[in-house]
Design a protein. Sequence first.
Length: 198
Amino acid sequence: MTFSGTMELTEHVLGAKVAGRLTTLNIDEGDLVKKGQLLATLDRFDQSQKDLNRVAVLLQNGGANQQSLENAQLTLEDQEIISPIDGVVLIKDSQTGEIIPAGGGVVVIGDLKDQWVKIYVSEDMVHQLSINQQASILVDGSRQAYKGHVTFIADKAEFTPRNVQTPEERVTQTIAVKITVDDPDENLHAGVSADVRF
């Protein structure tokens, strides 16, 4: 059995915990980032850094307690946007100088280690598939076959999305199935067409 779908990856929308003006944004779309990397800062970042250093000195000299140091650390962290994963910058939603609301998206990071293909299988064929079933994935522009396995089978049918090619397929009730790539690499890109073979 062969089915067509599109490569996708897990996306993380990152924002600041507090509202503020974006003063630095150290990345561009397409950049690779590391877990823990500082991506952006807000306008009170420098002051928060100074406050933390001041409290750390006071703590050493007995003029502050551990709780004060922890509060200063949290205040500094509120002014930072840090990547939670190794990944690639997919979208920059904001530019330096803009006012960012608390929790507002600033950048979207894609997880290159968590890529999958979503396919739509007709109701009469889905019973032939099972969770963890092995599959082979071929993507446009590459001759390499990637190994994958079924990680999700929807529990209800839906009409096939409009981007499926033929009118006959579009009116069919189908079940969404997700096939996760076991060995993703830098040659896989979100949005590229892929064929899944069982």
